[in-house]
Structure formats: C-alpha cells, structure tokens
Design a protein around this ligand. Sequence first.
Ligand code: AQP
Length: 336
Amino acid sequence: MEGTEKKSLFSAVQPSGAVTIGNYIGAIRNFVKLQEEYSCIYAVADLHAITVKQEPAALRRNTLGLMALFIACGIDPEKCVLFVQSHVPAHAELAWVLNTVAYPGELSRMTQFKDKSAKHAENVNMGLMDYPVLMAADILLYQAALVPVGADQKQHLELTRDLAIRFNNRYGDTFTVPDGYIPKGSGARIMSLADPSRKMSKSDENPNGFVTMDDDRDTVIRKFKRAVTDSDTEVRFDPEHKPGVSNLLTVYCAFTGKGTEEAEREFAGRGYGDFKLAVGETVADALAPVQAEKARLLADKAYLSDVIAKGADRAFRIARKTLSKVYRKVGFYRGE
Ligand code: AQP
C-alpha cells in the first residue's frame, strides 16, 4: 500500500546545543517508532533556535550534527521528510499570518516564555514571545494529525490547536487540528541530574545537569555518579519524595526497556553507588553505536547535503499547498 493514505505527523528539535538524553527519551525515540505508521515530517528547528543567542558557527555545526543524529538514531530519510526549517520559507510566512489570530496576552502567559525571559533577561525579544506561533505554523503547514513532543511542549501544542480552531472559524476549514503524542509517565519529562526539580535542558548553564548524545563514556558515567539523589539508600520509584532516584530509574528503564518494578527489584539492597554506575554504564553502552554512526555520517558530507536538499524540496512542496490555501482564504490577491 502506498504511504499516501497515512496520517501526517510533524515534530522538530532545535539545534540550540548538544541534544540531550531528555530530548531523545521525550521526543526522538518516538520519532523513530512512529515512522512506519505515519507519514512523518521532522525538522531541525533553526528558526526557533535564534530566539535565544546562538554563536553562528556553533549553530551551523549543531544543525548538521542534529541532522546526522536524527539519521543515526534510526530515522530513515527515505521514509520521512527530514529538513532544516529555514530552508522552507513557508514556516516564517505562515507564522506571520497566524500572528494575526494570536493574542499577546496568551503568548506572554506561556511557561517557556516566562522561563526563558528570566534565564535570558538581557535578550527578551519578540521572537521568544512568538515562538509558539512559529511552532503552530510548523505543525499546521503539514496538516499534521499528530505531534510527538515531550511534556514541556504540551502548552504550546494546546495553543497550536487554539490557533487552528480560531483560524478555521474565521476563514473556513483550513487546518487539521493536531493531537499531541506525549510519552506516558515520567519519560515525558526527564529532569536535570543536578537539580531534579528542573527539566533537563540542552542550554542549561551547568553541564552536570544534562547528558548529551555526544558525551563520551567517562563523561556519561561521571555525570551519573554525581547525580543528585537523597540521603536515603533505597532505589525506589517515588517522584514526589525521591525525585532524583526516580529520574535515574526513568532513564534506566528508557534505555533498557525494563519496567520500574523490575528495575527496583534489580537494585534492591545494592545502594546508590552501584545503581548510579549501572545507569551510567547502560546509557554509555546505548550511546556508543549512535555516536559511531553519527561520526560516519558527518564524514560523508555529500550524503548529508543530498538528504538536506531533498528534504527541503519535499517539505516545500507540501508546505506550499497549505500556504496557498491560507493566502486564498485570507483574501490575498493571487490573480483572476
Ligand atoms: N527534559 C526533557 N524530557 C523529555 N523531553 C524533552 N524535550 C526537551 N527536553 C525534554 C523534548 O525534546 C524535543 C525537542 O526540544 P527542543 O529542542 O525543540 O526544545 P526544548 O523543549 O526547549 O528542549 P531543551 O533541551 O530544553 O532546549 P533549550 O535548552 O534550547 O530550550 C521537544 O519535543 C521537547 O518536548
């Protein structure tokens, strides 16, 4: 059966730093799982990344690195549309139109805007506030029915749905109203290893808070050994009373496929030292083949350039259709 009957799915990751195991567990591993069932469109969200200051050379490097990582993690560029967001101008164009149905009040209430404004007080810019409108444009352009994201993006997804409904009500049926695909349970939100009350973030100032998909074995094990736990010794899943240990159990289960009870039994009576080492070794073992494949891909610039060019072309064709429809609906003159 041809893939044309499959529902569309869209998601993206920002090249705003080295991708963390939080991004992987919350989002990227689901991208891989869903590629058989859906018509998948995945972007490297560079337009989003510049809402906080980026060093231009690092942004270029991270963009290529993320494209290679997607493929190394198992996303097949033949099955999915894989592209760089800024290569398809329709994202910025639709965001402009959607701005006219978005309200400053709702945007300034977004948790991510408030968090990032506090964190980057020297650079609170309109792009930061408009981030969710651009994200809505990303999703709606592809008429995506499903959006696999981590729990931190739930609020933005709700706004996407609101904007789609608002636009459809004003101009007539135009956009598919998407649903979120957020991992069940704690995998949807991996917490910082240094402060389990905050989510793990690739732009965290404290590098001990996150483990990146590029970290070498010693670094991974060192970071897990230093992870904040508690003064108890029992390895038990209890996010409220034992957030640090529970977070490590979530990571361990994500990389082994084991359930939390099974993992609790495995570490019963073994103490935190043993447990942290086992989590570190498990993650390091899982990352090694991905890192090797990513390095191989990065050495093959011709292949990556080809994937990126083809992806932009395929994304552009889909996006152009929706944008033309939007321009017609709002009344832009397109000739008689
Ligand atoms: N800690 C997390 N646990 C689970 N999922 C997460 N995601 C992010 N952090 C976690 C999910 O990863 C996908 C890509 O995220 P993004 O790069 O678009 O932006 P983000 O959510 O802002 O991620 P970061 O790592 O915190 O980036 P910075 O530091 O640049 O802001 C999304 O699906 C997200 O839900």
